[in-house]
Design a protein around this ligand. Structure first.
Ligand SMILES: C[S@@+](CC[C@H](N)C(=O)[O-])C[C@H]1O[C@@H](n2cnc3c(N)ncnc32)[C@H](O)[C@@H]1O
Length: 218
């Protein structure tokens, strides 16, 4: 296990792990955004993996961060990352299970968040809990769930990993799926250490914000 230092945060990585060592370096600017925009917010980190995005919110003084992932092997990795940064982590901060099982339950239970990190893999596999056929990163369906879980004035960080969508297409898809409740506010991408002549081939991240006063007539 090695330790990566990124600004003031430490992340534990396993360099011999195939696919990804535990930290997506191209999401550095997203982690910085989360550090600066999470204070006093209750944050839900979906598709949490090793928890680096949610940990950035916790470091940015979020009031609470809940990580959700279906893989139970990830709980110790998330815990180790919190420990490395001396940030408190309890079992209630990790929800293990399928997103298509937990999100409808959370909506039914009336749960609300002030920030949601939505980073689905490029292909979300069909889940037995999903009532629809999942497609690509499945943003249309996932945004419908997330919109119901978001408080007025809340944000959603949406991370686009597919190259068959333009950035505008992605943002329009999210706006539509949220019933125009979510509007894109900020765009983030990977740093200069990810050179790419075509902007649409880089990581594309949009921050969507929900109206703070949805009932006031405009
Ligand atoms: C690309 S990684 C997410 C990266 C992470 N956001 C980060 O920045 O480190 C995808 C994660 O989604 C999880 N996952 C995939 N399908 C899922 C599902 N249906 N429900 C819950 N988690 C799922 C996987 O276990 C994996 O940890």
């Amino acid at each position: 296990m090695a330790i990566c230092h990124e600004h003031n945060l430490k992340f534990k990585v396993k360099l011999d792990t195939p696919h990804n060592a535990g930290l997506y370096l191209d999401a550095r600017d997203t982690r910085n955004w989360l550090i600066e925009n999470s204070a006093d917010r209750k944050v839900l980190n979906l598709f949490a993996f090793t928890g680096s995005l949610g940990l950035s919110s916790a470091y940015g003084k979020a009031s609470e961060v809940i990580h959700l992932d279906r893989s139970k092997e990830l709980l110790p990795r998330i815990e180790e990352n919190y420990q490395a940064n001396d940030i408190a982590f309890e079992s209630r901060n990790f929800l293990r299970g399928d997103i298509y099982k937990h999100l409808p339950r959370a909506i039914k239970a009336g749960k609300k968040f002030d920030g949601i990190i939505l980073d689905p893999p490029p292909k979300v596999y069909q889940s037995r809990y999903a009532k629809h056929k999942t497609s690509g990163q499945d943003f249309s369906a996932l945004i419908q769930y997330c919109t119901q879980l978001l408080n007025p004035g809340g944000w959603i960080v949406g991370m686009l990993h597919r190259f068959d969508y333009s950035w505008d297409d992605f943002e329009n898809q999210v706006k539509k799926a949220s019933g125009q409740r979510l509007l894109p506010q900020t765009r983030l991408t990977s740093g200069v250490d990810f050179p790419e002549s075509m902007a649409d081939k880089k990581l594309r991240v949009s921050i969507f914000v929900a109206d703070a006063n949805p009932d006031v007539e405009k």
